[in-house]
Design a protein around this ligand. Structure first.
Ligand code: TXA
Ligand code: MG
Length: 330
């Protein structure tokens, strides 16, 4: 398949909308990461997403909307207080799990009776959804298991020849995927942490917000049953081995210097990622850094971990998965 490159000007956005409406696959930038879109109401189109990504069929997709009518066409049964939470945080980097409308096909939601919905803020994204005129199912536009794409080049690396078109925009401004918040449980529950943090959501909810307990468990533990199916798969893994070194700052620096020196002495190419605990910065750069270090042929990546801020917790959630839970406490 020849993949068209589309610019996000007026003509390009109309074209992207047309391809989506006709059942095609189009990757496009959102404020979080690039998404791989298809008409969420067309089971044939959404099945093609699983094929293009090599994604397990029970991992449901996020449905993107750009107006109230679309929202009402994919989810139902939400209360006024839930609506209030949505309006305060949308458009933005947060996805809400809601009761599914019967119009949404099972392939889109992996057979669940709930649906994950997001109204993205980035202008190009909402313009493409408007142009399509249908809700757009869009997981991150990477091959399953690889780091999510935050640049056009990252998308092209994974998807060229596999999808109809890529909308070529600037690098994404947030850099990690949206927060996933389940609004169908008694207490709103964070299934995937993101740029919109627990304390921000608590402010808006005006009450308790929980983390899904599986966020703190290793996938091989007996009681690991994440509510978000995607959380059980191998994720965010570059070709290089990733090792997290955790502890106080001085000890982390010392340990990484020693480990790097040993590795280099035996001919291993190493790199260090140290974001100095700054979560926002780590979020923007982390996935892009992993992909660049792979291009550079690095064998081992050490991540320095100390004193994370709030968004830092969300980035750490990705780092731990990239590292296959390989954490060295120093
Ligand atoms: O920022 C983002 O969320 C990006 C952009 C493109 O919007 N999309 C994204 O999609 O990250 P994806 O498919 O890579 O991740 C969706 C996550 C998965 O962990 C999936 O299991 C979870 O959301 N999910 C989807 N539907 C769900 C549902 N009904 N209940 C629980 N979790 C759900
Ligand atoms: Mg993904």
């Amino acid at each position: 398949m020849k993949t068209q490159i589309i610019l996000p000007d007026e003509e390009g956005i109309a074209k992207a909308g047309q391809i989506l409406r006709d059942g095609g696959l189009v990757a496009f930038p959102t404020e979080t990461v690039y998404g791989l879109g298809a008409n969420a109401l067309d089971p044939v189109a959404t099945r093609h997403i699983y094929e293009a990504k090599g994604r397990p069929g029970d991992n449901p997709m996020i449905v993107h909307v750009s107006n109230l009518e679309m929202l009402n066409g994919v989810a139902r049964g939400f209360t006024d207080s839930q609506k209030d939470i949505m309006w305060k945080l949308w458009p933005g980097a947060i996805t809400f799990v809601l009761h599914k409308h019967p119009a949404v096909p099972d392939v889109t939601t992996g057979g669940l009776d709930t649906v994950a919905v997001r109204w993205p803020e980035r202008k190009e994204a909402s313009a493409i959804i408007e142009a399509a005129g249908v809700p757009i199912a869009a997981p991150s536009a990477n091959l399953s298991g690889k780091p999510s794409p935050t640049t056009f080049e990252d998308v092209a690396e994974d998807m060229d020849g596999r999808i109809d078109a890529i909308v070529k925009g600037e690098q994404t401004v947030i850099g990690i995927e949206s927060t996933v918040l389940d609004l169908t449980s008694d207490v709103p529950t964070i299934l995937r942490p993101g740029f919109i943090t627990k304390s921000r959501i608590e402010e808006v909810v005006g009450g308790e917000v929980k983390y899904d307990p599986s966020l703190f468990q290793k996938p091989d533990s007996d009681d690991f049953h994440p509510k978000s199916p995607g959380m059980k798969y191998k994720h965010y893994a570059p070709k290089a081995d990733v090792k997290i070194v955790e502890g106080d700052k001085a000890a982390v620096h010392e340990a990484i210097a020693k480990l790097s020196a040993e590795a280099v002495a035996s001919g291993i190419k190493t790199a260090v990622l140290d974001y100095e605990g700054k979560g926002d910065e780590a979020a923007v750069r982390y996935f892009a850094n992993l992909r660049q270090l792979d291009r550079d042929g690095v064998d081992v990546i050490y991540i320095a971990s100390y004193d994370w801020d709030e968004v830092g917790f969300s980035v750490m959630n990705r780092m731990v998965k990239s590292a296959g839970y390989d954490i060295l406490e120093v």
